[in-house]
Unconditional design. Structure first.
Length: 237
């Protein structure tokens, strides 16, 4: 059977932050889960060996650009490919070989790359990612993904960002409940796991652990982005 009969959850972490290595990954492993980590080179380069070791423990590493640019108005498609995408892809390939991450998360959820109207710009961005060997790209807004959406719009995967879009346990549980009830794929976006303002996307270690406990209690399958694709039997190029 294709799809996710019991729903599916992927926990994704943006920016390549130290707290994700030191707090999130150990908590994931304690719960028996693995996450997808979208890495920004400028943030993670000083601990590149630790990130490489994380991949060997079953977590997925993926591309989140070199410098995390949020303003693309002065970037051409070729400049963006050469400066932001290809260097990270080369590092991922060096670390993971043929199993390297083939996923991407848009920095700041911005897709206005190149010329044209917003749809044309987003299409140009997707073509660039495809040409670099990236098969999917995640945004940070929208309901859990249906199988059809995942197949028809692989460069617009929808997600819920904790701290920014979801700030209480009820919103999180409702999102998970919809995924389980309707056989959808829920993707969560997390950033800093530590102390700070929720409005800045910060989730405390206790809140992170509560999320993991909720997923376990609801008995929803949980794994990386690639695991979700494989479990749903979605063909990949």
């Amino acid at each position: 059977m294709r799809g996710w009969p019991r729903g599916y959850v992927s926990l994704t972490y943006d920016d390549g932050l130290a707290s994700q290595l030191d707090v999130a990954a150990p908590q994931l492993e304690q719960a028996g889960f693995r996450g997808t980590f979208y890495l920004t080179w400028d943030n993670m380069k000083n601990r590149a060996s630790d990130w490489a070791a994380l991949a060997k423990r079953g977590h997925e590493l993926a591309n989140h650009s070199v410098t995390h640019p949020c303003d693309l108005r002065h970037k051409t498609v070729d400049e963006f490919r050469n400066q932001e995408i290809e260097p990270m892809q080369r590092w991922l390939e060096q670390v993971e070989g043929g199993k390297r991450g083939r996923d991407y998360a848009y920095p700041c959820d911005v897709t206005d790359l190149g010329r044209g109207n917003p749809n044309q710009q987003a299409d140009a961005y997707a073509r660039l990612l495809r040409s670099a060997g990236i098969l999917r790209a995640r945004t940070s807004e929208g309901p859990p993904n249906t199988l059809r959406w995942t197949e028809d719009a692989p460069y617009r995967l929808q997600a819920l960002a904790l701290g920014y879009d979801a700030r209480n346990p009820r919103q999180i549980k409702d999102y998970l409940t919809q995924a389980a009830r309707e056989g959808r794929w829920a993707i969560f976006v997390l950033h800093e796991i530590g102390s700070g303002n929720a409005s800045d996307g910060v989730v405390s270690p206790a809140q992170h652990e509560e999320l993991l406990n909720t997923i376990r209690a609801m008995k929803i399958p949980c794994g990386t982005v690639q695991s979700a694709i494989s479990s749903a039997r979605i063909p990949t190029a």
